[in-house]
Design a protein around this ligand. Structure first.
Ligand code: SF4
Length: 325
C-alpha cells in the first residue's frame, strides 16, 4: 500500500549534473519505494523564456536517459513529457478563471523574471503558478517534493485548489509539500548553485577524463596562494563536494588542508577519483540504455498513455463541475 501520489516536474535542461542528482533525482528514486510517483519533464514551462527552443527535443531525451540511468523505473513511476498530455493546457485555462490576478502578480519569482527578461514579459510568466497547479492536480497528486524556496509556489497551488473547491465543490486533493533535505550543491565557481547556465557543473554522463578536467578548474580557498599556505576547508568548494563523495576521508582532508600537508591539485584529484568511482554504475547503465534503439521513446510514450488515462477523467469531472455543456 503506497502512502500517496507524488508529482514532480523539471524543465528540460538536457544532460543532468551532480547538483541535479543530489538535489532532486536521488530523492525521486527513493520516493518510488513508498509513493505512486509521476515525474514529468515540463517542456511547456520551458517556453516561458523562449530560449533554445530548437534544443527542446534533444534536451528532453538526454534528460530522460539520465533519469532512467539514475534509477527512475518506468515499472514503478509514470515518466512522461508535459506537452504529450495536452489536457494540462486545458486545465490551466479552466483554473485561470478561478485565480485572481493579484495572487499571481505578488509571486516573487514573477517579479524576478520581469527583471531578468524585461523584453519578454509574457502571459506565460505570470500564469506559471496556474500551469504548475494544473500539472499537479490533473493527476490528483497529493504530495509534491519541493525545496524550501519553492514553498510559496505550492502555497499558490493550494490557494487555487481551495478557491476551486469553494466555487465548485471538492475535486482535488490539496497538495502537500514534501520538503527535501538535500543541501544546496555549489557549482565549480564556488559561488553559485550548480547550474548548466552558469557553466559551473559536472555532468553525470561526462567521461572520467572530462570529469577530472572539470574538477581541476574548481575554485578553492582563495587564501591558498602557494602549496605551503595553510588552507580553510570550511570556505572551500572542493571540500564541500567531498562531503557528498568522500565522507569517510573528510576529517583527514580537513586536517591535511589546514596543515598544508596536501595541495589543492592532489585534493581535487581525490575528489575526481571519488566522483568517477561513484558514477561507474550510472555510466554503465546509461550506455546500456542508450544503445537500446527506441527505448527512451517507448518509455515516454507509455508514460504519456498512463498519465493521459488519469488526466482525461479529471478533465471530465472538472468540466462537469464548472457547468460546461
Ligand atoms: Fe580546498 Fe582541498 Fe585545497 Fe583545502 S586542499 S583548499 S580543501 S582544494
Amino acid at each position: 500500500m503506497k502512502k500517496g501520489r507524488v508529482f514532480s516536474g523539471a524543465r528540460p535542461t538536457g544532460r543532468q549534473h551532480i547538483g541535479n542528482y543530489l538535489g532532486a533525482i536521488q530523492n525521486y528514486v527513493g520516493l518510488q519505494q513508498t509513493y505512486e510517483c509521476i515525474y514529468c519533464i515540463v517542456d511547456v514551462h520551458a517556453l516561458t523564456t523562449l530560449e533554445e527552443t530548437h534544443l527542446l527535443k534533444e534536451n528532453t531525451r538526454e534528460m530522460m536517459l539520465d533519469w532512467l540511468a539514475a534509477g527512475l523505473d518506468p515499472e514503478k513511476s509514470i515518466l512522461f513529457i508535459q506537452s504529450h498530455v495536452p489536457e494540462v493546457m486545458e486545465l490551466h485555462t479552466l483554473l485561470s478563471m478561478v485565480t485572481p490576478l493579484s495572487w499571481l502578480l505578488r509571486v516573487a519569482t514573477f517579479k524576478e523574471k520581469v527583471k531578468a527578461q524585461p523584453h519578454n514579459v509574457n502571459y506565460g510568466l505570470v500564469g506559471y503558478p496556474v500551469l504548475m497547479t494544473a500539472d499537479i492536480v490533473l493527476y490528483k497528486a497529493d504530495t509534491v517534493p519541493v525545496g524550501e524556496d519553492q514553498l510559496p509556489h505550492l502555497e499558490v497551488a493550494r490557494e487555487i485548489v481551495r478557491r476551486f473547491h469553494y466555487l465548485f465543490g471538492p475535486t482535488f486533493p490539496e497538495p502537500k509539500a514534501k520538503l527535501t533535505t538535500f543541501p544546496l550543491v555549489l557549482g565549480l565557481d564556488g559561488e553559485r548553485k550548480m547550474s548548466k547556465s552558469y557553466d559551473n557543473d559536472i555532468e553525470l554522463a561526462a567521461s572520467p577524463e572530462e570529469t577530472t578536467q572539470r574538477i581541476m578548474t574548481a575554485f578553492t580557498d582563495p587564501a591558498r596562494q602557494y602549496r605551503s599556505d595553510p588552507g580553510h576547508p570550511e570556505v572551500c568548494n572542493v571540500y564541500s563536494l567531498h562531503h557528498f563523495y568522500n565522507r569517510e576521508q573528510l576529517v583527514e582532508i580537513a586536517e591535511q588542508c589546514r596543515g598544508a600537508a596536501i595541495g589543492c591539485v592532489d585534493c581535487k584529484q581525490l575528489l575526481a577519483d571519488a566522483v568517477n568511482e561513484a558514477l561507474v554504475p550510472f555510466r554503465e547503465r546509461r550506455a546500456e540504455i542508450a544503445q537500446r534503439t527506441g527505448h527512451v521513446d517507448e518509455v515516454l510514450a507509455d508514460g504519456a498513455r498512463r498519465a493521459h488515462a488519469i488526466a482525461k477523467e479529471t478533465i471530465k469531472e472538472v468540466k462537469e463541475k464548472m457547468g460546461l455543456p
